[in-house]
Design a protein around this ligand. Structure first.
Ligand SMILES: *[C@@H]1O[C@H](CO)[C@@H](O)[C@H](O)[C@H]1NC(C)=O
Ligand SMILES: *[C@@H]1O[C@H](CO)[C@@H](O)[C@H](O)[C@H]1NC(C)=O
Ligand SMILES: *[C@@H]1O[C@H](CO)[C@@H](O)[C@H](O)[C@H]1NC(C)=O
Length: 346
């Protein structure tokens, strides 16, 4: 009895052994390798997938066991590339490339006026680190401008610091009496050169000319150079029109001289006029006439209404005309007739 059941048990086990199925090679998973590679796996054998360097499991299980059925279960493991952190920011420059995953490469460039110091490209490595350190965009440096010409040209930095970088400006000056030709201000360009460098030239002006009815003040010299100046004056009772000073210009010419405007003599012998808001008699107070640009008001008569009105007359460079409505009276008339200026104002 015992031996029969033993035989039956052995037979059953033998059958089971004989009907056991081996597992084939496990399925290949993208971007992953399996730890034990064989032609066949016994039921119960365990395999473990590992993502390739640079890749990490995203989902699914890594380990699987060969079942009695001999069919591998569905392998669910998914591997994805490792992501490097954003390498920036790169100040005054750009990082090109949006894919930051292994094994992508990004490149670097700098804005105009900046120079790349460091690597031009960097790769996201399998360990999730960038192959290169972040480069720097350093501003272009303009060398000090060549200032030669016997030292007559000088410049000043208008930006703080000892060196001139992109977009800094400097201002040039020429030592007097040298005159500056070109632009006073230069800018440090993106290519490291200055936008312009002016030149200083010696300029002489001719001996200054005199003016009519006037004179040149102060001692005269034998030569006049750029920025030298002379001042003018007018004869008594002449009025200056324009700037008193004339300057030797870069062009080698003098800036405009003033003009002395002439006074006016009275166009009438006898009249009562308004002058500086005062009623005065020409024959008593204005024998010398009036100066250029001054105005007097003549009295005219409105015959219908027997009243008076005033008409202005201005002295323009020696010209003064009485208005047409003004009637000059003879000496005798002044004794017997009422002065127009004494009539009621209209
Ligand atoms: C400029 O240079 C001088 C000497 O060359 C130095 O003493 C000074 O610290 C510098 N200034 C700056 C702002 O770099
Ligand atoms: C720099 O650039 C300016 C204008 O962009 C150009 O005129 C000049 O020739 C350049 N200088 C050099 C040295 O390349
Ligand atoms: C003054 O009068 C003269 C002669 O009548 C004339 O030629 C001249 O243009 C006048 N000047 C002014 C400033 O009006």
């Amino acid at each position: 009895m015992l031996s029969v059941s033993l035989i039956l048990w052995i037979a059953a086990v033998a059958h089971a052994v004989l009907t056991r199925h081996a597992c084939p090679r496990p399925p290949e998973i993208l971007l992953a390798t399996v730890d034990i590679v064989k032609q066949e796996y016994n039921p119960g054998d365990e395999i473990t997938y590992t993502c390739n360097p640079g890749y990490v499991p995203q989902s699914g299980s890594r380990s699987y066991r060969c079942p009695l059925s001999g069919k591998w279960p569905l392998v669910t493991l998914r591997c994805i590339p490792k992501k490097c952190s954003y390498p920036g920011p790169l100040y005054n420059g750009q990082i090109h490339g949006t894919d930051l995953r292994y094994p992508s490469v990004v490149s670097f460039s700098c804005d105009p006026g900046f120079i790349l110091k460091g690597a031009k490209t960097s790769q996201c490595l399998a360990d999730g680190q960038w192959s290169e350190e972040l480069p720097e965009c350093q501003p272009v440096i303009c060398p000090p401008p060549p200032v030669s010409e016997f030292g007559v040209l000088s410049y000043r930095r208008l930006s703080p610091g000892n060196t001139s970088v992109f977009q800094d400006i400097i201002k040039f000056d020429c030592l007097l009496p040298f005159a500056l030709f070109g632009k006073e201000i230069a800018t440090c360009l993106a290519n490291g050169s200055w936008s312009n460098i002016p030149t200083c030239k010696s300029v002489e002006c001719a001996y200054p000319e005199g003016i009519e009815n006037g004179f040149i003040n102060f001692a005269l010299r034998s030569t006049y150079r750029y920025a030298d100046h002379v001042t003018y004056g007018c004869n008594p009772r002449y009025v200056m029109d324009g700037a008193m000073e004339s300057r030797c210009e870069k062009t080698g010419r003098w800036s405009p001289k003033p003009i002395c405007r002439a006074p006016c003599t009275m166009p009438v012998k006898r009249a009562t006029v308004l002058y500086n808001e005062q009623k005065i008699k020409v024959q008593d107070h204005l024998q010398e006439g009036i100066q250029h640009a001054e105005t007097i008001w003549f009295f005219c008569k409105n015959k219908e209404q027997q009243c008076s009105y005033t008409v202005p007359a201005q002295c323009i460079d020696g010209n003064l005309t009485a208005p047409a409505c003004f009637k000059e009276r003879g000496w005798f008339a002044t004794l017997v007739k009422t002065d127009v200026a004494d009539l009621t104002p209209c």
